[in-house]
Design a binder for this molecule. Structure first.
Ligand code: SF4
Length: 285
């Protein structure tokens, strides 16, 4: 059996930074994370064992406590509400996401902003909050006409396009082309803000899936970047499994002649990747 492990498998720099900082402070008491720290239940459980609590809304946090803002980022309103409640903010927004927030804040003075991404994804909700009223989220081609109708009601003549950092590179290019065509009367500025780590991971998984007999994609079920890795692999490889932990492969029978590719999403700790590799090699994690 030949095993290939993606060089880009596992935590990206932004998630690693955020999880390490959260680990460092989680035992200090009265530490609340707004939303799941990452889309990975093991990581969240480890932090919670240390004392950190996960909440869905700011309202659940007692006044005067500490709130952790995750790597995905938050809209401006969250900062305002947290301050009103007298919460201490530990802002772990990934620096790459912060750059996008600054870009759209600057551009909104004279541009209509189009944000390419998944509508209910936390990062997109955050970026959209910074982009303000004159903006629209484009998830599929069908959204472009509605975005145009909204744009027409403004007196703006410039469009600024950004992306969710973990969006599919190919899909972004296709949507950006459609936008150029549909907004042909406006000046369209395309800023492909997909994170390098995402692009490298998608390129690598494409190559691996073409070579592999079986692909194992490790990541949380709610992780959109993991889902994309699964979709890319499925287009290029006959047998693809989406797994969260090593336990998920224990009932799979692999052919000893199989070439197996392992890739993991940005919210998967490296030790899970190692456990999967070790199980394939030695029959135990
Ligand atoms: S994928 Fe990129 S932008 Fe998103 S958290 Fe990771 S490093 Fe930051």
């Amino acid at each position: 059996m030949e095993i290939m492990v993606g060089k880009n498998a596992g935590f990206c720099a932004g998630v690693e930074l955020a999880v390490n900082k959260a680990k460092e402070i989680s035992s200090q008491g009265n530490i609340f994370c707004l939303g799941e720290m990452v889309h990975n239940s093991q990581v969240v459980q480890d932090l919670e064992k240390n004392g950190m609590k996960t909440v869905k809304q700011l309202e659940e946090i007692p006044d005067g406590s500490t709130v952790i803002l995750r790597a995905h980022g938050e809209p401006v309103i969250t900062y305002q509400k947290a301050e009103e409640k007298g919460l201490k903010i530990v802002d772990l927004t990934c620096p790459n996401v912060k750059v996008i927030h600054h870009k759209v804040e600057k551009a909104k003075k004279d541009c209509f902003i189009l944000i390419i991404g998944i509508k209910n994804h936390a990062e997109i909700i955050g970026t959209s909050g910074f982009a303000g009223e004159n903006s629209y989220i484009i998830e599929t081609e069908d959204d472009i006409l509605d975005a145009y109708k909204k744009f027409e009601k403004t007196n703006l003549d410039k469009i600024f396009v950004v992306s969710q950092t973990t969006f599919s590179s190919q899909k972004f290019d296709d949507l950006a082309d459609e936008i150029q065509t549909n907004f042909c009367e406006a000046e369209v500025i395309i800023d492909k803000t997909i994170c390098n780590s995402t692009e490298n991971r998608q390129l690598e998984v494409t190559k691996m899936a073409k070579e592999a007999d079986v692909m194992l994609i490790i990541g949380g079920k709610n992780s959109s970047n993991t889902k994309k890795l699964f979709d890319i692999s499925s287009k290029n490889c006959q047998k693809v499994y989406a797994i969260e932990t090593v336990e998920d492969i224990m009932n799979i029978t692999f052919d000893p002649n199989d070439k197996i590719g392992i890739m993991a999403g940005a919210s998967t700790p490296k030790y899970v990747v190692e456990e999967v590799k070790s199980y394939l090699e030695k029959g135990k994690p």
